[in-house]
Design a protein around this ligand. Structure first.
Ligand code: FPP
Length: 250
């Protein structure tokens, strides 16, 4: 996997300076994709996993610094146990099959969320994947597992508070809090994509998306093609981001 040159990026209708540094994706619509085809929901999740390769590759080739994918929320435990089982089996299969290619492409895998609650075989593959790729310097691939943003912020506040107490301080600062988020050291989210037309943040990266642009493409996640991703990146590039200020040339 080679990084695209300036010309290649332009040929895709994009500009390097207008690309997001951090893209976050809520991969929604696997169930509806399957229903549309009269297939079991598990087939939708499998088709969803198959989409990861293209999106990760494109992000990496374009030089996006971080890609955060919502794979399993703290609320997903409420799904029927066979569906939870399917998702866990897919996770194991994914990390087992894809790790060599991810490693070869310089991808660094981080799991964000309370993955310690998962069963031992799942923990084992994800810990192996994180360890194996920890020295990689390419795309930061954050996979949110048993993730909820409120829980993340609370955890970070407690960690920062403990640090403050240990240093004899009475208050925590934004820098201290941010250093305790799972995404510490990574750029803030520039672009949040939620597929399937749903328009909700669903407890995903609430602190990190403060100034993000939101896009809600209609495609179900398994149908979210490389071309649809490029279209989203082009739409992002056309947005004017002011971060609460005024247009630069206003
Ligand atoms: C939302 O679709 C999708 C999920 C809850 C799971 C997303 C997981 C994957 C794509 C695969 C697992 C990831 C890895 C990293 C191997 P939905 O089931 O809520 O769809 P619906 O709203 O149409 O029912």
């Amino acid at each position: 996997m080679a990084r695209y040159s300036e010309e290649q990026i332009r040929a895709l209708g994009l500009a390097r300076e207008a690309l997001p540094k951090h893209v976050a994706i809520i991969m929604d619509g696997n169930g509806r994709w399957a229903k549309q085809r009269r297939l079991p929901r598990s087939a939708g999740h499998r088709a969803g996993v198959d989409r990861l390769r293209g999106i990760i590759r494109m992000s990496s080739d374009l030089g996006v610094a971080s890609l955060t994918l919502y794979a399993f929320s703290t609320e997903n435990w409420r799904r029927p146990s066979d569906e939870v089982g399917t998702l866990m089996a897919l996770l194991i299969e994914y990390f087992t099959k894809e790790i060599d290619e991810l490693f070869a492409n310089g991808v660094r895998i981080r799991i964000i969320g309370a993955y310690e609650d998962f069963a031992a075989p799942v923990r084992a593959v994800i810990e192996r994947a994180m360890k194996r790729t920890e020295a990689n310097t390419g795309l930061n691939l954050n996979i949110a597992l048993n993730y909820g943003s409120r829980a993340e912020i609370l955890r970070a506040a407690n960690l920062a508070m403990r640090q403050a107490l240990a240093e004899g301080k009475r208050e925590i600062t934004a820098d201290m809090l941010e250093a305790c988020l799972y995404t510490a050291g990574q750029p803030e989210v520039d672009l949040l994509i939620r597929t399937s037309g749903e328009q909700r943040a669903s407890n995903f990266l609430l602190y990190q998306i403060s100034y993000a642009e939101f896009l809600f493409p209609a495609e179900y996640w398994p149908d979210f093609s490389d071309e649809a991703y490029l279209a989203a990146l082009r739409a992002y590039g056309r947005r004017s981001r002011r971060f609460g200020g005024l247009e630069e040339d206003a």
